[in-house]
Ligand binder design. Structure first.
Ligand SMILES: Nc1ncnc2c1ncn2[C@@H]1O[C@H](COP(=O)(O)OP(=O)(O)OP(=O)(O)O)[C@@H](O)[C@H]1O
Ligand SMILES: [Mg+2]
Length: 464
């Protein structure tokens, strides 16, 4: 039988790649040539393991056309493998004449179509087109849901207040660029969330997002942690180690609490920002990097510069675009939405329904200063969902608590045994509240769990 010649090479390159799996040599040859004649690029395999190998080696395979019976295995097993590893792949299965149950089984297992043998050329082509269409729908779906979840991440930054809307506009405007951003704002205002949003919206979104808290690494280890170290660069460096900058290659490095970065490393960071290279500890070799830097600080960096704790040149280099996260008390109109958001989040997380908050409680929450900002609000709501007690939710709120300074107390020149003082405070509070732990926790302006933890630490049982 003479087969039509495959179409021109350049055309076939744009055609989908198909995989024909058939253990019968002449049948395999025939189907392969039929499909090639239609312009498809076709590879083939004579068994399930050979097909899996082809799939692994050729990531552009769009559809598998497989026989049902393949030696000791079946096309159904190949279908299961494909569904698990390549969920969008098109799949058409050929079953022996009269075996309707196989066809039903295949469709139930997720095949896009089946063909009863012997089949006509036209039937084969129709089934392949159907499988390819189903695949492209699945691919589209996958892309849409990826885009949706990305958007969801951004939508998760809740803020309808004008100051937040301005912030979102600013984030959107710089989203397509690699510009260095310095994020300021009190603790818990969402600095890290904003940094993640900047990364998600940037062309680097497929690359890594590495967050590093500059205040959490001891100075002696910070250089190796950030810039990497060659083997033997210092005692304990048993193997060469890439630093965080290298780990963030192609993505974003978020330097949190940048004010805490030791002065010696500030100079190295400046060099990196200016030249785009790092040098590992113990090496002279410069490594070229493509990393976007976002820095954040809850301290005022301008003050740190004035105090000589932060390099002025680095400050200007980082502060190309400043982003300021408003404190929650400056946007109290967002509090109801945030309450709703965290109530839903934690109810879902713990699979627990919490009673609606009373008007009185809402009023108190709206009037509170929220020194711990959104993080504090999230934590209080989590506690409320778990314990379902409005008093717990409000614990420590009443007398503008968080900020009440402990007036009149002066640390003695010789210092004091802090733990003894702490224990004594706990005991006195319990005594004054007749052993009522919730009240005692409130008296000390501590979250209930934190209070219990401290009781346990000192082996105090409290009372009722
Ligand atoms: N606008 C917001 N909408 C929804 N959740 C938020 C918002 N702002 C902050 N959060 C949540 O509050 C918590 C604290 O946010 P994040 O860690 O980004 O704050 P931060 O400014 O980095 O705080 P810190 O200075 O203490 O590190 C996180 O769980 C975050 O998801
Ligand atoms: Mg943070």
């Amino acid at each position: 039988m003479s087969m039509p010649q495959p179409p021109h090479q350049t055309l076939s390159l744009q055609q989908p790649q198909l995989l024909v799996v058939e253990d019968d040599h002449s049948q395999r040859q025939l189907v392969t040539e039929l499909l090639q004649a239609e312009g498809y690029r076709v590879c083939n395999a004579d068994s399930v393991p050979a097909a899996i190998l082809q799939l692994q080696q050729q990531p552009d395979i769009a559809l598998v056309f497989s026989d049902w019976k393949l030696g000791s295995l079946s096309g159904l097993e190949l279908l299961d493998y494909c569904k698990a590893h390549y969920p969008t792949l098109g799949f058409v299965i050929a079953t022996a004449y009269g075996s309707v149950s196989h066809a039903v089984e295949a469709i139930q297992a997720g095949a896009d179509d089946y063909l009863a043998k012997p089949f006509k050329r036209q039937e084969l082509l129709l089934a392949v087109r159907k499988g390819l269409r189903a695949r492209s729908l699945r691919k589209q779906n996958q892309q849409l849901s990826a885009a949706l979840s990305e958007q969801q991440q951004l939508v998760d930054i809740i803020g309808h207040a004008p100051c937040m809307q301005q912030l979102f506009q600013r984030i959107q405007r710089i989203s397509g660029t690699d510009v260095t951003v310095l994020i300021s704002g009190e603790s818990g205002t969402g600095k890290e969330l904003a940094a993640r949003a900047l990364h998600q919206l940037s062309p680097r979104r497929q690359g890594p997002f590495i967050a590093l808290n500059c205040g959490a690494i001891p100075e002696s280890l910070a250089e190796a942690e950030l810039f990497g170290a060659e083997k033997g660069a210092f005692t304990g460096a048993h193997a060469a180690k890439a630093g965080k900058f290298e780990a963030a290659e192609g993505g974003t490095l978020f330097l949190d609490e940048i004010a805490e970065l030791p002065l010696s490393l500030q100079a190295k960071l400046l060099r990196l920002l200016q030249q785009g290279t790092v040098t590992r500890l113990g090496s002279h070799h410069e490594i070229k990097l493509n990393v976007r830097i976002i820095a954040a600080s809850h301290q005022d960096l301008a003050v740190a510069v004035r105090d000589g704790r932060f390099r002025e040149d680095l400050f200007y280099r980082l502060n190309v675009v400043p982003l300021h996260m408003p404190a929650l008390r400056e946007r109290s109109e967002d509090i109801p939405r945030l309450l709703e958001h965290f109530l839903q989040q934690h109810q879902q997380r713990y699979q627990q329904q919490a009673p609606a908050l009373s008007k009185q409680t809402l009023k108190q929450l709206l009037g509170y200063r929220w020194p711990g900002n959104v993080r504090e609000l999230a934590n209080r709501i989590e506690r409320y969902v778990l314990l379902q007690d409005e008093q717990e939710l409000l614990a420590g709120l009443q007398p503008e608590a968080g900020q009440t300074p402990v007036s009149g107390f002066i640390l003695p020149p010789e210092g004091l045994a802090f733990e003894t003082l702490e224990k004594s405070c706990l005991q006195q509070a319990l005594q004054r509240c007749d052993g009522n732990k919730a009240q005692a926790a409130r008296l000390l302006q501590l979250p209930y769990k934190a209070f219990l933890y401290r009781l346990e630490k000192f082996g105090l049982t409290g009372g009722a």
